[in-house]
Design a protein around this ligand. Structure first.
Ligand SMILES: NC(=O)C1=CN([C@@H]2O[C@H](COP(=O)(O)OP(=O)(O)OC[C@H]3O[C@@H](n4cnc5c(N)ncnc54)[C@H](O)[C@@H]3O)[C@@H](O)[C@H]2O)C=CC1
Ligand SMILES: O=C([O-])C1=[NH+]CCC1
Length: 322
């Protein structure tokens, strides 16, 4: 909040400057562990309320969360769509509100695009930390949009892969992705070519039908499945869902929102937070799928980091930030 008593506005460039994986990863890991204790004296986060935008092939998700000990109260509003190929409209748009939990007033209104990209990728990296094969050399990314970039950034920052492969529906998009990111990327002509032999596979597509098939996946590989966040949408086929040990960020969220889980009939073995807490094993030796749907606590932790950084860097109490 600024001196005029108004919420500060923190725009996309400032969020990107203020939020760093080195701060986010440890905080997020603690928060995921806290969430999976399912103790409402620590974390309150209902499964998001989703308003279908059937006319536009999308949804509006409302994602409140309260982290009691840290006293972080936050909500994100995120609209997400299954876009036609060639559409120039964004597939995800988000705004995050950070509150003062005592008074209920809004401290900050932030761009949610960068937060959504970074916290989702950071959570996937945490899933990989606990369940990817010990010797993981080849990273494969299916999709080449916003989440592909954030996943590339955090996975190459946190781990030492020898090769990164990318496949996208349109080869030109995969080529643009490869030239935009920092390190070397092999652009593959088919998803199968990108997947075969990979140790870690990330699916970050707007697909509503499977793009990743179990018969291509090397036994023991880890899959971070980020797209298809609706009960009718798929990214992974039944073969993969049935042969893998399936983890989720939130079991309740996955049972309500994940087409890959609901339509395949696969069981969620554990939440990633249970693995962090040591109450469930991270099966590195088996084929594993981490089904990410996205959670309010991930946004809350990120928004608090952004706001604290904004304040520590002087902010500008008299002016709102765009
Ligand atoms: N689990 C989570 O917490 C979150 C999940 N998401 C989901 O992640 C996915 C990717 O998000 P963004 O990177 O922001 O989207 P984006 O629009 O920037 O990129 C989407 C990518 O998917 C590709 N694609 C679209 N339709 C496809 C199809 N039918 N088959 C194969 N590839 C296809 C596009 O070519 C593009 O490379 C979306 O499904 C989005 O809803 C987004 C935010 C958070
Ligand atoms: O958690 C999130 O922000 C989203 N999950 C699916 C699309 C957006």
């Amino acid at each position: 909040m600024n001196m005029a008593g108004l919420p500060v506005l923190i725009g996309k460039e400032d969020v990107a400057r203020l939020l760093r994986y080195k701060d986010l990863l440890p905080k997020l890991e603690v928060a995921l562990g806290q969430f999976s204790k399912h103790d409402i004296s620590e974390v309150i986060q209902p499964v998001r309320t989703v308003v279908p935008l059937t006319k536009h092939n999308g949804f509006l998700g409302l994602m409140p969360a309260y982290m009691v000990h840290e006293d972080i109260l936050c909500t994100k509003m995120v609209a997400f769509y299954n876009r036609e190929q060639g559409s120039t409209l964004p597939s995800t748009q988000a705004t995050v509100l950070l509150f003062d939990p005592e008074s209920g007033c809004v401290l900050a209104v932030m761009d949610g695009e960068v937060i959504t990209a970074m916290r989702t990728a950071a959570a996937s990296a945490i899933s990989a930390k606990f369940s990817m094969p010990v010797q993981s050399e080849v990273l494969c990314i299916l999709g080449s949009g916003h989440q592909a970039v954030s996943h590339y950034d955090v996975f190459t920052e946190a781990f030492a892969f020898k090769q990164v492969r990318v496949w996208s529906q349109r080869k030109e998009s995969a080529e643009s992705f490869a030239s935009a990111v920092q390190g070397a990327v092999t652009v593959c002509s088919s998803a199968k070519e990108a997947v075969e032999g990979a140790d870690v596979i990330i699916t970050v597509t707007g697909a509503s039908q499977p793009v990743l098939f179990g018969e291509w996946v090397k036994p023991g590989a880890h899959v971070a499945a980020v797209g298809a966040c609706s009960p009718g949408w798929r990214e992974l086929d039944d073969v993969l869902m049935k042969k893998a040990v399936v983890y989720a960020d939130s079991r309740e969220g996955a049972m309500k929102e994940s087409g890959d889980i609901i339509l395949s009939g696969a069981q969620v073995f554990a939440e990633i937070g249970e693995v962090i807490n040591g109450t469930a094993p991270g099966h590195r030796e088996k084929t594993t799928v981490y089904k990410s749907l996205g959670m309010g606590i991930q946004d809350a932790v990120s928004a608090k980091l952004v706001y604290d950084q904004w304040k520590s860097q002087g902010g500008d109490p008299g002016v709102t930030h765009q």
